[in-house]
Design a protein around this ligand. Sequence first.
Ligand code: SF4
Length: 320
Amino acid sequence: MHRAIALYSGGLDSLLSILIIKEQKIEVIALKFLTGFVSPLKEQDIVYSQKFGFSIEEIDIRKKFFSVLQNPKHGYGKNLNPCIDCKILMLREAKELMSEYNASFIVTGEIVSQRPMSQKREQILHIEKESSLKGLIVRPLSGKLLSATKPELDGIIDREMLYDLWGRGRKRQFLLAQKYGIEKIPQPSGGCLLTDPLFCKKVKDLIIYNELTIENVELLKIGRHFRLSEKCKAIVGRDAQENEILLNRQRGFFIYPADFKGPVILLSGEYSEEEIDKAGSICLYYSKNKNVPMVIKNNGEEEKKFFNIISEEEIVKYRI
Ligand code: SF4
């Protein structure tokens, strides 16, 4: 039996592409590439893989992706999404895995002209060339609109069973979902945080201050973020759950109200008394009781201190 690797985003298009290829009696291994900005595999992904009979794995490319994100050769999309370079990176990684998985080609859920940055016909071809996979990427949803690939020419894939989808419409995908018995329709794409303008402000701050690390990117997903100095940030929990996540970290410098009626603040980076004062005054701003001392906890040692509340103007100045 022939085997293919599929780039799996968790969206409907990548799932349909896998099913179209499987229909041709080809075994599919779906790979979800973790960039740090897309969600890991969810329960629903596992349900699909079991229901439709394909294997599924996560591949962590965060470190490589971060260097692409800091300086993308082909630039950013509407926000901080470096889609062309991201796709090239994923395809190169998939190519590296082809011999390990004994796969003879790669499948993607791309649709010609669906997205402005990376799915125009000429961009699709450019990405294919840059990833050194000419003729080895099959796009089942738009295959009939593109030149025949090697697996088609070799008779592994019947071109007549591919589709000619084009543009942003979703109607034909929904009909295909019905045909294959996909009851719960996944989102069109995997939900990349780099397309969210507010989240991108925080990512940009990390890039500017050269702090783009796995740990710092994970921290962006919780709390309000404040840049207190070139080397220091404060992360403020927004609810009990976030406060607990912050406080449960093994190490860190924490500030929180002694009566617990307010946020936990985590100071990250390098800080002096000045930054500790700023963080304490921010903590008081978000605390219910304005006359309460703050607990300062550092490496297990605790002390209590009163702070002055920060003004509205100042808090706006520090907010990322
Ligand atoms: S939206 Fe995000 S995950 Fe998708 S190609 Fe662009 S950068 Fe990569």
